[in-house]
Write a protein that binds this ligand. Structure first.
Ligand SMILES: *Cc1c(COP(=O)(O)O)cnc(C)c1O
Length: 480
C-alpha cells in the first residue's frame, strides 16, 4: 500500500513511539545519535550567514558568480557542476585536519575519522572505475600526472606524448611545464588530413624514440581513444603507459567510452571534469603489483605511487576534498549519473550535427564524447577563436578558444573554439535546446564585425537581445 507523505510521517512517529515503549535503550541510543549528528549540522548550517557578516565583498562576489552561472550558457568542455552534497563536504570542518601519509600510516594523531573518509573515497573510486587501486590524494589532475611521472622517471628520461598544439595537456611535457623541464619530451601528431590519432605513425615514432613513458589522453580531442592500441605500442617498445582521461572519465565510469584502466599501467583524471570536487586521482588496474626497481630495490608500482604522492610531490591531503570525492564517487554509481553521461554525449552529437547543418567546420565531422571542436576561421575569413570567444561571451554564451592541430594562429588566439555539454546536460537540456544553442551561436558569429585577430565590434541592441534570449533559455533550466 502506498502511504502519502502525511501518513508516512505519522507512521514513522508511531514506530518511534512503539520503540520508546518496547526498547527504551535502543530508542535512547537513536535519539542521542540523531542529536549528535544534529549538532554537527548546526555547526555548519550558518555558513553563509557567517560569510555575509565577516566579508561582505566576497559574499557579494559569490552571489555574482551564482547569477553569472544561472543566467549564461556554460559550454566549456572542461567544466561541470557538482552537486550540493559535494559542496557541503567541501565546506565541512574536516578541512581542518592536518595529516601526512596514508590511512593507517600517518605522521599525526587524531586521524581515525579522516582515515575512514579516505578509505571510503578510495574504495568508491575503485568501484567507479572497476579498478584495483585508487589514490584520492592528488590536489589536481596536473599533480596526479606529476606523481606518476616522478614515480617512473629519472631526470632526462624520455616521454612520448601528444603536444599541446595538437590537443594534449600542459602536464604531458610542455616545455614551460614542470613535466617538460625535467624530462626529455617528444610529441606525436595527429593525421594532418583527418585530425585523428594515427596509431601506425605513433608506433613508428615510439620504435625510434624508445620512450620510457607514453602518455595518451587529451584536452581537445573529440574522438574515441584506442587505449588497447596504445598499450600494444607501449609493450612493443618496453614503455609504461599513462592514460590521462581527465575530460572523459565520467563517460568511462558510465561505460560511454572504453576504459583504459586495465590497458594503461596508470590512469589519471581530474575529479571536477566528471562532475565532482576539484582534485585528482591516480587509478590502477591489472598492473597494480608489477614491480619497479628503485635504487636497486624492487617495489610494487602502487607503493611507488604512494611514496611519490607523499613525500614525493605533495604535503598534507585536503580531507574536505577527499570527503567530497567520496560523495561524488558514490553519485557516479547511480543510474542517474550513468544515464546523464550518455545524454551528455548525445547532446554533443546533436550540437555537432546542428552546427554542421549551419555550415560549420566541425573537426573530424562530429564527436564521440562530450566536446565539439570548431574551426571558426573556416566559417568566416579572419574570424579567430579569440574573437569568437569574446563576442559569444558578451552575448552570454561561455566557450573557450582553442588552438587547433596545425593551426597558423598562436595559442592565445587560435582558429577554433571548443564546446562541451556536461553543464547544460546536468541542468536538463536536451536535443531541442542544442538546436536552440547552435542557432544562438550562429547568430552571434555571423553578426560580429571582425576588425582584427582580437578586435571586433558588436551592435549594442543585438547584444542585449541575445543576452535576453540566453537568459530566458537558462531560466527554464535552473542549476541543479
Ligand atoms: C584538465 C586536464 C588536466 C588538469 O587537471 P587540473 O586539475 O586542472 O590540474 C590534466 N590532463 C588533462 C588531459 C586535462 O584535460
Amino acid at each position: 500500500m502506498l502511504l502519502d507523505k502525511h501518513s508516512d510521517k505519522k507512521h514513522r512517529g508511531e514506530g518511534l513511539n512503539a520503540l520508546k515503549n518496547s526498547d527504551k535503550k535502543i530508542y535512547e541510543l537513536m535519539r542521542k545519535e540523531s542529536k549528535r549528528l544534529g549538532v554537527c549540522e548546526e555547526y555548519h548550517a550558518g555558513q553563509f550567514g557567517d560569510l555575509k557578516e565577516a566579508d561582505r565583498q566576497v559574499y557579494k562576489l559569490i552571489t555574482k558568480e551564482y547569477e553569472r552561472l544561472q543566467n549564461t550558457l556554460q559550454l566549456i568542455a572542461a567544466e561541470n557542476q557538482c552537486s550540493r552534497a559535494v559542496l557541503a563536504a567541501l565546506g565541512s570542518l574536516v578541512q581542518n585536519k592536518t595529516a601526512e601519509g596514508f590511512p593507517g600510516a600517518r605522521l599525526h594523531g587524531g586521524c581515525e575519522v579522516v582515515d575512514r573518509i579516505e578509505q571510503l573515497a578510495a574504495a568508491r573510486a575503485k568501484q567507479a572505475f572497476c579498478a584495483q587501486y585508487a589514490n584520492v590524494q592528488p590536489h589536481s589532475g596536473t599533480q596526479a600526472n606529476q606523481i606518476v611521472l616522478t614515480a617512473l622517471l629519472e631526470r632526462g628520461d624520455k616521454i612520448l606524448s601528444m603536444g599541446t598544439d595538437q590537443g594534449g595537456h600542459y602536464s604531458h611535457g610542455m616545455k614551460e611545464s614542470f613535466t617538460g623541464k625535467f624530462f626529455d619530451v617528444e610529441n606525436y601528431y595527429l593525421n594532418k588530413q583527418t585530425f585523428l590519432l594515427d596509431y601506425d605513425a605513433i608506433r613508428q615514432q615510439a620504435i625510434k624514440v624508445k620512450p620510457k613513458l607514453i602518455i595518451c589522453g587529451a584536452s581537445a580531442y573529440a574522438r574515441t581513444i584506442d587505449f588497447k592500441k596504445f598499450r600494444e605500442i607501449a609493450d612493443e617498445v618496453g614503455a609504461y603507459l599513462l592514460a590521462d582521461v581527465s575530460h572523459i572519465s565520467g563517460l568511462i565510469i558510465a561505460g560511454a567510452h572504453p576504459s583504459p584502466v586495465d590497458c594503461a599501467h596508470f590512469t589519471t583524471t581530474s575529479t571536477y571534469k566528471p562532475g565532482g570536487p576539484r582534485g585528482g586521482v591516480v587509478i590502477m588496474g591489472r598492473d597494480r603489483d608489477r614491480q619497479i626497481k628503485v635504487n636497486g630495490k624492487n617495489t610494487a608500482l602502487w607503493e611507488r605511487i604512494q611514496k611519490m604522492t607523499f613525500p614525493g610531490v605533495q604535503g598534507t591531503p585536503y580531507f574536505n576534498h577527499i570527503a567530497a570525492k567520496a560523495v561524488f564517487f558514490k553519485e557516479t554509481l547511480s543510474d542517474e549519473y550513468k544515464a546523464r553521461q550518455f545524454k551528455t554525449k548525445e547532446n554533443a552529437k546533436w550540437l555537432a550535427i546542428d552546427l554542421l547543418d549551419l555550415g560549420y567546420d566541425v573537426l573530424t565531422g562530429g564527436t564521440d564524447n562530450h566536446m565539439v571542436l570548431i574551426n571558426v576561421g573556416n566559417l568566416r575569413k579572419g574570424l579567430t577563436g579569440l574573437v569568437a570567444q569574446k563576442c559569444l561571451e558578451e552575448c552570454g554564451i561561455i566557450v573557450n578558444m582553442n588552438q587547433l592541430p596545425y593551426d597558423e594562429k598562436p595559442a592565445m588566439v587560435g582558429s577554433g573554439i571548443r564546446l562541451g555539454t556536461p553543464v547544460v546536460t546536468k541542468n536538463g537540456m536536451g536535443n531541442k535546446e542544442m538546436d536552440g544553442i547552435s542557432g544562438l551561436i550562429d547568430a552571434v558569429l555571423k553578426e560580429v564585425k571582425i576588425i582584427g585577430d582580437s578586435e571586433y565590434k558588436i551592435d549594442g541592441s543585438f547584444k542585449e537581445q541575445m543576452k535576453n534570449k540566453v537568459k530566458e533559455l537558462c531560466g527554464k533550466f535552473p542549476m541543479r
